[in-house]
Design a protein around this ligand. Structure first.
Ligand code: AMP
Length: 218
C-alpha cells in the first residue's frame, strides 16, 4: 500500500504513522525527520532549510521535493510506503503524482487526521518538557506531581520554542493556507479518508486501522 498521512501540527501524525508502519509493514517516511537529519549532519541542504524550520515556515518546494522523491526512488519500500508531512503544498502533491506515474506506481489512500484549531492550540501550548531527560508533560492532560518540576529529576520544566502559542498559531496558519488545498485536491481524486483526530490516540488508531483493513480487503 502506498499511503499519505495528512494533518495539522500536533494531530499525532508521528505516533499514528509508527503504528501503521509496524502493523501494515509499510515504510514510514517523515519529511520533518528527513530534514532534521540533514540539519543535524550539517549538509548543504541542512544549512539551507534550518532557518525555515526554526520559524515554522515551509521550506521551498524545490528543496523538499528533490529530497523526498530521491528517498522514494532509492529506498526499500517493496511493502509500500507511508508519507508523513509530505506533500504539504499542491505543487508537491502534483510532483509526487507525476513521479509515481513515471514509476508505474500510484497512491492507494490519503488519510487526513482532522483536529480543530482550538484543540491543537490547547494540546501544544500546554506541553512542557524536562530539558534534562526530555520527558514530556501536559499542564492539563499529564501534569507533573510538583507543578513546574520534572517527576524524574526535579529539573524545572520548559516550553519548547516552537510550542509557544504564537509559533503554533503561525504553523496552523501555514497549514490552512498551503496544506488544506492539498486535502481538497486528494478529495477531488477520490483518495481521501477523513478521521476524527480529536479523540484518544487509541480511538484514532482504531479508525485508521479500519480504513486500511478496508483497503486490504480484510
Ligand atoms: P514537521 O516535523 O513535519 O512539522 O516538519 C518540521 C519542519 O520541516 C516544518 O515546520 C517545515 O519547515 C519543514 N517541512 C517538513 N515537511 C515539509 C514539506 N513537505 N514542505 C515544506 N516544508 C516541510
Amino acid at each position: 500500500m502506498n499511503l499519505v498521512l495528512i494533518g495539522p501540527p500536533g494531530a499525532g501524525k508521528g505516533t499514528q504513522a509508527s503504528m501503521i508502519a509496524k502493523e501494515f509493514g509499510v515504510r514510514h517516511l517523515s519529511s520533518g525527520d528527513v530534514l532534521r537529519a540533514e540539519r543535524a549532519q550539517g549538509t548543504e541542504l541542512g544549512r539551507k532549510v534550518a532557518e525555515y524550520m526554526g520559524s515554522g515556515k515551509l521550506v521551498p518546494d524545490k528543496m523538499i521535493i528533490e529530497v523526498i522523491l530521491a528517498q522514494l526512488t532509492h529506498g526499500d519500500d517493496a511493502g509500500g510506503f507511508l508519507l508523513d508531512g509530505f506533500p504539504r503544498t499542491v505543487v508537491q502533491a502534483e510532483r509526487l503524482s507525476e513521479s509515481l506515474d513515471l514509476a508505474g506506481r500510484s497512491l492507494d489512500a490519503v488519510m487526513e487526521i482532522d483536529v480543530p484549531d482550538e484543540a491543537i492550540i490547547q494540546r501544544i501550548a500546554g506541553r512542557r518538557i524536562c530539558p534534562q531527560c526530555q520527558t514530556v508533560y501536559h499542564l492539563d492532560a499529564q501534569p507533573p506531581n510538583v507543578p513546574g518540576k520534572c517527576d524524574r529529576d526535579g529539573e524545572s520544566l520548559i516550553q519548547r520554542e516552537d510550542d509557544r502559542e504564537t509559533t503554533v498559531a503561525d504553523r496552523l496558519a501555514t497549514y490552512h493556507e498551503q496544506t488544506r488545498p492539498v486535502v481538497a485536491w486528494y478529495e477531488s481524486k477520490g483518495l481521501l479518508h477523513k478521521v476524527d483526530g480529536s479523540r484518544s490516540v487509541e480511538a484514532v488508531s482504531a479508525s485508521l486501522r479500519q480504513v486500511l483493513q478496508g483497503l486490504c480487503g480484510e
